[in-house]
Design a binder for this molecule. Structure first.
Ligand code: SF4
Length: 296
Protein backbone atom coordinates (compact mmCIF):
# COMPACT_ATOMS: atom_id res chain seq x y z
CA UNK A 1 0.00 0.00 0.00
CA UNK A 2 2.88 2.33 0.80
CA UNK A 3 5.14 1.13 -1.96
CA UNK A 4 7.19 4.11 -3.02
CA UNK A 5 6.06 6.07 0.04
CA UNK A 6 7.61 4.33 3.04
CA UNK A 7 10.63 2.07 2.75
CA UNK A 8 10.65 -0.56 5.48
CA UNK A 9 14.05 -1.94 6.35
CA UNK A 10 14.42 -5.54 7.53
CA UNK A 11 12.03 -7.24 9.96
CA UNK A 12 9.35 -4.88 11.29
CA UNK A 13 7.81 -5.79 14.65
CA UNK A 14 4.90 -4.15 16.45
CA UNK A 15 2.85 -5.07 19.52
CA UNK A 16 -0.39 -6.97 18.73
CA UNK A 17 -2.45 -4.01 20.01
CA UNK A 18 -0.94 -1.84 17.27
CA UNK A 19 -2.42 -3.91 14.44
CA UNK A 20 -4.50 -0.92 13.29
CA UNK A 21 -1.68 1.64 13.44
CA UNK A 22 0.49 2.98 10.67
CA UNK A 23 3.98 1.66 11.42
CA UNK A 24 6.82 4.09 10.72
CA UNK A 25 10.47 3.28 11.37
CA UNK A 26 11.92 6.31 13.17
CA UNK A 27 14.86 4.16 14.28
CA UNK A 28 16.32 0.96 12.90
CA UNK A 29 17.10 -1.99 15.16
CA UNK A 30 17.37 -1.97 18.94
CA UNK A 31 19.78 0.12 21.03
CA UNK A 32 20.33 -2.84 23.40
CA UNK A 33 20.29 -5.81 21.02
CA UNK A 34 21.95 -8.04 23.63
CA UNK A 35 19.10 -10.21 24.96
CA UNK A 36 20.08 -13.86 24.49
CA UNK A 37 16.59 -15.02 23.51
CA UNK A 38 15.80 -12.29 21.01
CA UNK A 39 16.19 -12.86 17.26
CA UNK A 40 14.44 -9.59 16.39
CA UNK A 41 16.96 -7.12 15.03
CA UNK A 42 20.19 -9.05 14.78
CA UNK A 43 20.69 -8.06 11.15
CA UNK A 44 20.45 -4.33 11.89
CA UNK A 45 22.92 -1.97 13.52
CA UNK A 46 20.94 0.45 15.69
CA UNK A 47 20.58 3.89 14.18
CA UNK A 48 18.23 6.84 14.17
CA UNK A 49 16.70 7.35 10.74
CA UNK A 50 17.80 10.56 9.08
CA UNK A 51 15.05 13.13 9.76
CA UNK A 52 14.93 14.34 6.14
CA UNK A 53 14.28 10.75 4.97
CA UNK A 54 11.66 10.22 7.69
CA UNK A 55 9.98 13.51 6.75
CA UNK A 56 9.79 12.52 3.07
CA UNK A 57 8.24 9.17 4.00
CA UNK A 58 5.66 10.74 6.33
CA UNK A 59 4.69 13.30 3.67
CA UNK A 60 4.29 10.56 1.07
CA UNK A 61 2.27 8.32 3.45
CA UNK A 62 0.03 11.27 4.39
CA UNK A 63 -0.86 11.73 0.71
CA UNK A 64 -1.92 8.06 0.45
CA UNK A 65 -3.67 7.84 3.84
CA UNK A 66 -4.37 11.33 5.18
CA UNK A 67 -6.90 10.09 7.76
CA UNK A 68 -4.48 7.98 9.81
CA UNK A 69 -5.38 8.25 13.49
CA UNK A 70 -2.74 6.06 15.10
CA UNK A 71 0.98 5.73 14.46
CA UNK A 72 3.41 3.23 15.97
CA UNK A 73 7.03 4.36 15.84
CA UNK A 74 9.31 1.38 15.20
CA UNK A 75 11.82 -0.27 15.52
CA UNK A 76 12.70 -1.69 18.92
CA UNK A 77 13.54 1.52 20.68
CA UNK A 78 12.25 4.71 19.03
CA UNK A 79 12.34 6.50 22.37
CA UNK A 80 16.14 6.26 22.22
CA UNK A 81 15.94 9.35 19.99
CA UNK A 82 17.04 12.41 22.01
CA UNK A 83 14.11 14.46 23.33
CA UNK A 84 14.44 17.37 20.86
CA UNK A 85 14.46 14.97 17.90
CA UNK A 86 11.53 12.98 19.27
CA UNK A 87 9.47 16.18 19.68
CA UNK A 88 10.27 17.11 16.08
CA UNK A 89 8.91 13.74 14.97
CA UNK A 90 5.73 14.13 17.03
CA UNK A 91 5.18 17.63 15.61
CA UNK A 92 5.70 16.36 12.08
CA UNK A 93 3.15 13.57 12.58
CA UNK A 94 0.54 16.02 13.93
CA UNK A 95 1.19 18.39 11.06
CA UNK A 96 0.84 15.73 8.36
CA UNK A 97 -1.94 13.59 9.82
CA UNK A 98 -4.69 15.99 10.85
CA UNK A 99 -6.80 13.23 12.45
CA UNK A 100 -3.90 11.85 14.52
CA UNK A 101 -5.07 10.84 17.99
CA UNK A 102 -2.25 8.70 19.38
CA UNK A 103 1.39 7.77 18.81
CA UNK A 104 3.01 4.76 20.50
CA UNK A 105 6.48 3.28 20.67
CA UNK A 106 8.59 0.70 22.47
CA UNK A 107 10.63 2.13 25.34
CA UNK A 108 13.20 0.72 27.73
CA UNK A 109 15.28 1.57 30.77
CA UNK A 110 18.07 2.47 28.38
CA UNK A 111 16.05 4.83 26.20
CA UNK A 112 14.14 6.43 29.07
CA UNK A 113 16.77 6.81 31.77
CA UNK A 114 17.98 10.02 30.13
CA UNK A 115 14.50 11.43 29.56
CA UNK A 116 13.18 13.69 32.29
CA UNK A 117 9.63 13.63 33.57
CA UNK A 118 9.14 17.07 32.01
CA UNK A 119 10.26 15.73 28.62
CA UNK A 120 7.90 12.77 28.87
CA UNK A 121 5.07 15.17 29.74
CA UNK A 122 5.90 17.18 26.64
CA UNK A 123 5.77 13.99 24.57
CA UNK A 124 2.35 13.31 26.08
CA UNK A 125 1.18 16.85 25.23
CA UNK A 126 2.20 16.19 21.61
CA UNK A 127 0.20 12.95 21.32
CA UNK A 128 2.55 10.23 22.51
CA UNK A 129 0.00 7.97 24.21
CA UNK A 130 1.41 4.53 24.95
CA UNK A 131 4.85 3.20 25.76
CA UNK A 132 5.48 -0.55 25.52
CA UNK A 133 8.07 -1.81 27.99
CA UNK A 134 9.67 -5.26 27.88
CA UNK A 135 10.13 -6.31 31.51
CA UNK A 136 10.62 -9.97 30.44
CA UNK A 137 11.16 -11.08 34.05
CA UNK A 138 11.16 -9.70 37.58
CA UNK A 139 13.81 -12.10 38.80
CA UNK A 140 17.38 -10.76 39.14
CA UNK A 141 19.03 -14.07 38.23
CA UNK A 142 16.89 -14.59 35.15
CA UNK A 143 17.50 -10.97 34.17
CA UNK A 144 21.27 -11.51 34.31
CA UNK A 145 20.90 -14.77 32.39
CA UNK A 146 19.09 -13.06 29.52
CA UNK A 147 21.71 -10.28 29.36
CA UNK A 148 19.22 -7.45 29.07
CA UNK A 149 20.26 -3.88 29.85
CA UNK A 150 19.03 -2.56 33.23
CA UNK A 151 17.40 -4.51 36.03
CA UNK A 152 13.93 -5.53 37.22
CA UNK A 153 13.99 -2.61 39.69
CA UNK A 154 15.00 -0.24 36.88
CA UNK A 155 12.07 -1.49 34.82
CA UNK A 156 9.66 -0.72 37.65
CA UNK A 157 11.07 2.80 38.05
CA UNK A 158 10.84 3.40 34.31
CA UNK A 159 7.23 2.23 34.24
CA UNK A 160 6.32 4.47 37.19
CA UNK A 161 7.96 7.44 35.45
CA UNK A 162 6.03 6.74 32.24
CA UNK A 163 2.78 6.59 34.22
CA UNK A 164 3.59 9.73 36.20
CA UNK A 165 3.96 11.58 32.90
CA UNK A 166 0.36 10.59 32.12
CA UNK A 167 1.34 8.02 29.48
CA UNK A 168 -0.12 4.53 29.23
CA UNK A 169 2.41 1.83 30.11
CA UNK A 170 1.98 -1.61 28.58
CA UNK A 171 4.36 -4.30 29.81
CA UNK A 172 5.53 -7.57 28.30
CA UNK A 173 6.84 -10.55 30.27
CA UNK A 174 7.95 -13.93 28.92
CA UNK A 175 6.76 -17.21 30.42
CA UNK A 176 9.42 -19.91 30.51
CA UNK A 177 12.34 -17.50 30.49
CA UNK A 178 13.89 -18.97 33.65
CA UNK A 179 13.87 -22.51 32.27
CA UNK A 180 13.39 -25.40 34.69
CA UNK A 181 15.93 -24.14 37.22
CA UNK A 182 14.40 -20.71 37.77
CA UNK A 183 10.76 -21.21 36.80
CA UNK A 184 9.23 -20.57 40.21
CA UNK A 185 11.51 -17.64 41.07
CA UNK A 186 10.71 -16.14 37.65
CA UNK A 187 6.96 -16.49 38.27
CA UNK A 188 6.98 -15.09 41.81
CA UNK A 189 9.34 -12.20 41.14
CA UNK A 190 7.69 -11.26 37.86
CA UNK A 191 4.39 -11.05 39.76
CA UNK A 192 6.13 -8.83 42.33
CA UNK A 193 7.48 -6.29 39.81
CA UNK A 194 4.21 -6.23 37.88
CA UNK A 195 2.40 -5.41 41.12
CA UNK A 196 4.86 -2.61 41.90
CA UNK A 197 4.66 -1.18 38.39
CA UNK A 198 0.89 -1.75 37.93
CA UNK A 199 0.85 -1.14 34.15
CA UNK A 200 -2.38 -0.72 32.18
CA UNK A 201 -1.71 -3.84 30.16
CA UNK A 202 0.28 -6.99 30.85
CA UNK A 203 1.15 -9.19 27.88
CA UNK A 204 2.59 -12.57 28.88
CA UNK A 205 4.25 -14.19 25.87
CA UNK A 206 5.75 -17.68 25.93
CA UNK A 207 9.41 -18.30 25.26
CA UNK A 208 10.26 -19.50 21.74
CA UNK A 209 13.89 -20.50 21.35
CA UNK A 210 14.99 -19.39 17.91
CA UNK A 211 17.95 -20.77 15.94
CA UNK A 212 20.87 -18.35 15.84
CA UNK A 213 20.26 -16.95 19.32
CA UNK A 214 22.69 -17.56 22.23
CA UNK A 215 19.83 -19.20 24.14
CA UNK A 216 19.52 -21.79 21.39
CA UNK A 217 23.17 -22.73 22.01
CA UNK A 218 22.62 -22.85 25.78
CA UNK A 219 19.75 -25.28 25.28
CA UNK A 220 21.84 -27.40 22.93
CA UNK A 221 24.63 -27.62 25.51
CA UNK A 222 22.15 -28.54 28.26
CA UNK A 223 22.89 -25.39 30.27
CA UNK A 224 19.33 -24.17 29.73
CA UNK A 225 16.49 -26.65 30.24
CA UNK A 226 13.29 -25.51 28.58
CA UNK A 227 9.95 -26.13 30.31
CA UNK A 228 7.03 -27.90 28.63
CA UNK A 229 3.50 -26.63 28.04
CA UNK A 230 2.12 -27.78 31.41
CA UNK A 231 5.09 -26.29 33.25
CA UNK A 232 4.47 -23.03 31.36
CA UNK A 233 0.82 -23.01 32.46
CA UNK A 234 1.85 -23.83 36.02
CA UNK A 235 4.34 -20.95 35.95
CA UNK A 236 1.61 -18.66 34.66
CA UNK A 237 -0.72 -19.79 37.45
CA UNK A 238 1.93 -19.08 40.11
CA UNK A 239 2.56 -15.66 38.57
CA UNK A 240 -1.15 -14.77 38.58
CA UNK A 241 -1.66 -16.06 42.12
CA UNK A 242 1.18 -13.82 43.31
CA UNK A 243 0.13 -10.76 41.34
CA UNK A 244 -1.60 -7.96 43.26
CA UNK A 245 -5.11 -6.91 42.31
CA UNK A 246 -4.35 -3.85 40.19
CA UNK A 247 -6.55 -2.99 37.22
CA UNK A 248 -5.13 -4.06 33.86
CA UNK A 249 -5.87 -5.86 30.66
CA UNK A 250 -4.14 -9.22 30.73
CA UNK A 251 -3.21 -10.91 27.46
CA UNK A 252 -1.50 -14.20 26.81
CA UNK A 253 -3.08 -14.67 23.41
CA UNK A 254 0.03 -14.11 21.34
CA UNK A 255 0.99 -16.69 18.69
CA UNK A 256 3.65 -17.99 21.09
CA UNK A 257 1.18 -18.91 23.85
CA UNK A 258 -0.17 -22.42 24.46
CA UNK A 259 -3.46 -21.20 25.97
CA UNK A 260 -4.99 -18.00 24.57
CA UNK A 261 -6.21 -15.71 27.35
CA UNK A 262 -7.58 -12.17 27.03
CA UNK A 263 -8.97 -10.90 30.30
CA UNK A 264 -9.59 -7.89 32.52
CA UNK A 265 -7.97 -8.02 35.92
CA UNK A 266 -8.78 -8.17 38.74
CA UNK A 267 -12.37 -9.01 37.60
CA UNK A 268 -11.45 -12.13 35.59
CA UNK A 269 -8.37 -13.26 37.48
CA UNK A 270 -10.00 -16.01 39.56
CA UNK A 271 -11.63 -17.48 36.44
CA UNK A 272 -8.31 -17.52 34.55
CA UNK A 273 -6.54 -19.22 37.47
CA UNK A 274 -9.40 -21.72 37.67
CA UNK A 275 -9.09 -22.51 33.94
CA UNK A 276 -5.34 -23.04 34.32
CA UNK A 277 -5.97 -25.31 37.32
CA UNK A 278 -8.39 -27.45 35.38
CA UNK A 279 -5.97 -27.99 32.51
CA UNK A 280 -3.15 -28.75 34.92
CA UNK A 281 -5.30 -31.33 36.75
CA UNK A 282 -6.67 -33.00 33.60
CA UNK A 283 -3.39 -32.78 31.63
CA UNK A 284 -5.69 -32.37 28.64
CA UNK A 285 -3.85 -30.87 25.67
CA UNK A 286 -6.89 -30.59 23.40
CA UNK A 287 -7.50 -26.89 24.17
CA UNK A 288 -3.84 -25.95 23.83
CA UNK A 289 -2.04 -24.65 20.74
CA UNK A 290 0.24 -27.44 19.50
CA UNK A 291 3.94 -26.59 19.70
CA UNK A 292 4.39 -26.71 15.91
CA UNK A 293 1.68 -24.07 15.45
CA UNK A 294 3.21 -21.56 17.82
CA UNK A 295 5.05 -18.60 16.39
CA UNK A 296 6.67 -15.29 17.24
S1 SF4 B 1 14.24 -8.18 23.65
FE1 SF4 B 1 13.90 -6.00 23.19
S2 SF4 B 1 15.62 -4.96 24.23
FE2 SF4 B 1 16.21 -7.12 24.04
S3 SF4 B 1 17.37 -7.27 22.13
FE3 SF4 B 1 15.22 -7.77 21.64
S4 SF4 B 1 14.31 -5.84 20.98
FE4 SF4 B 1 16.22 -5.33 22.06
Amino acid sequence: MFEGAVSYEGVVIRPPSEAGSLILQATLGCSDNGCIFCPAYKEKQFRIKDFAVFEREVSAAAKVMPDIRRVFLADGDALAIPAAGFLKILDLLSEKFKALSRVSAYGSVKSLENKTLAELREFKARKLGTVYLGFETGDEKVYRLINKYGSPGGNVETCLKVKEAGLTANVTVILGLGGKALSEAHAVNTARVLTLAAPSQVAALTLMIEPGTPLHDLRASGEFREIDEFEILSEQKIMLENMGDFRCQYFSNHASNFLPVAARFPKDKAAVIDALNQILLSRNKSGLTPDFMRGL
